[in-house]
Design a protein around this ligand. Sequence first.
Ligand code: ZN
Length: 348
Amino acid sequence: MRIIVKKIFLHVCWLLGLFHVSRYLMKDKLQILCYHGFETSDESSFRPNLFIKKETFSRRLALISKYEFPVLPLNDALDKLRHNNLPKNAIVITIDDGFDNVLNVSSDILQAYKYPATLYLTTYYAQKESPIFRLVVQYMFWKTNKQLVNFGDCIWNKHGDMSIDLSADDECDRVIWMCINYGENKCSEPERISICQQLGALLGVDYKELSESRILSLITMDEVKLLINKGFDVQLHTHRHAFPTDNESTAKKEIVDNRDVIGQVVDYPTKHFCYPSGVWSKTQWPWLERLGVESATTCLPGLNDSSTPMLALTRFLDGENISDIEFKAELFGFMELMRMLKKRMRTA
Ligand SMILES: [Zn+2]
């Protein structure tokens, strides 16, 4: 109900011309858009906030083009942001993680509009070439038609006989995280693959088919080279998609390993970073500076100006869960205006 009211409100504001007012008011700010995966099967039904359909992404770029929002390469935009000489209503397109379908789906659409994009690549699964364990587990539990499953023989279950009613969300979540935590903390990649194969057999989801479809896999390093040839800028996102806020040496290793792998396929210094899962703290800023990282993007909403810290840049996370009118409201800075008004009202 709330969403319907919001959409009606936004449509009315659009018809009243208020989006063009907000576009004018926000003209000097930088909008950074964030995408993750692009659907080739049923990924956007599984995770609408993580994946977007090809048609939806095409509509987004068509809208940007129709209303002539300038799309800049990240490095260029940040340089202009520092020197206060951005073109009006500038936009940067970023893509996180490096899902396999970035190459097959998004690159052609971006090329059709001649829009540059930065890929923040996490490299562990790009090298392993197996699907992302955590997502596979979650996907299988989402995909299964089974209702009552006994996980008694699973290595990650320490409770013996464990018959679970998968229609009970809390129970299902508990089992999912028991499996993920065990696999991520105690297993090698081949052991994690064995867990997925057994889980697939129990849940009636074909792991081999899922693995071969690559819908939950990252791009391979050979494919990263193809993306670079298509003009993509590839930047840092840690090796294992983790950047602890309380351990500098582990955090540093994540960037060093990530940079080493990316360095094998790019011929420029990687100095732009994206916090994995948007988790960050100011305590990490000196670590990043010592590693020569000049900018870092978060998952916080908002537009950026010259007062925004370079290591806490804000972005709009777009996905299949965002309607056309909501995207338009973000694009024209209308949502930013609403956020500013809300903040001011709260302060008052
Ligand atoms: Zn990520």
